[in-house]
Design a binder for this molecule. Structure first.
Ligand code: PRP
Ligand code: HPA
Length: 170
């Protein structure tokens, strides 16, 4: 299935000059939504996955679905000061700003195989920060999995040490 018709361009969002890829048309279509979840699962290889890490906030849409289908646990990486228990944090640069991401210190055990999922790979700063958090806890990033890769922003460069898969490239 071609998912591109379900992705909408929004000019100058959230800041002037950015053309934002809006995934909500895909999410609201029952068939496209289900097929996208299945297709994302199809990008995952045969390695047993222990934890699927979803990235705050749009990574939380598909990551739990992937975790359930893979028989893995679901872990949240969140923006700063959202997680209640002990955390470690990592700062990162965004296409439109900077931020800090956090993970609970007990979210991943040493040696666990981890699938990182987010909706969009843009400059790669977010995904790189997430991989660092996983590795600080002793996890092994098996794949970084995205709905959309914005290839012109070269995010793949920032995560070139990892397997990267995306359903759609623009
Ligand atoms: C967006 C997107 C990714 C990240 C990609 O999230 O959902 O997480 O930016 O950008 P990068 O590759 O340049 O780091 P955003 O920080 O806008 O948060 P949101 O999901 O809460 O809207
Ligand atoms: N769409 C959605 N999320 C994003 C984008 C975008 O164009 N750029 C960075 N994060």
């Amino acid at each position: 299935m071609d998912f591109a018709p379900y992705i909408r361009d929004i000019e100058d969002f959230p800041t002037p000059g950015v053309v934002f890829k809006d995934i909500t048309p895909l999410l609201k279509d029952p068939s496209a939504f289900q097929k996208a979840a299945d297709a994302l699962l199809g990008l995952v290889g045969n390695t047993k996955i222990d934890k699927v890490v979803g990235v705050d906030s749009r990574g939380f849409i598909f990551a739990p679905m992937l975790a359930e289908k893979l028989g893995a646990g679901f872990v949240t990486v969140r923006k700063s000061r959202k997680l209640p228990y002990k955390t470690i944090s990592q700062s990162y640069d965004l296409e439109y700003g900077t931020g800090t991401l956090e993970i609970h210190t007990d979210a991943i055990e040493k040696g666990e195989k981890v699938l990182v999922h987010d909706d969009v790979l843009a400059t790669g700063g977010t995904a790189q920060a997430v991989c660092k958090l996983v590795e600080k806890l002793g996890g092994e990033v098996v794949q970084c999995n995205f709905l959309i890769e914005l290839t012109f922003l070269n995010g793949a460069e920032k995560i070139k040490g990892y397997r990267k898969e995306a359903l759609l490239q623009f």
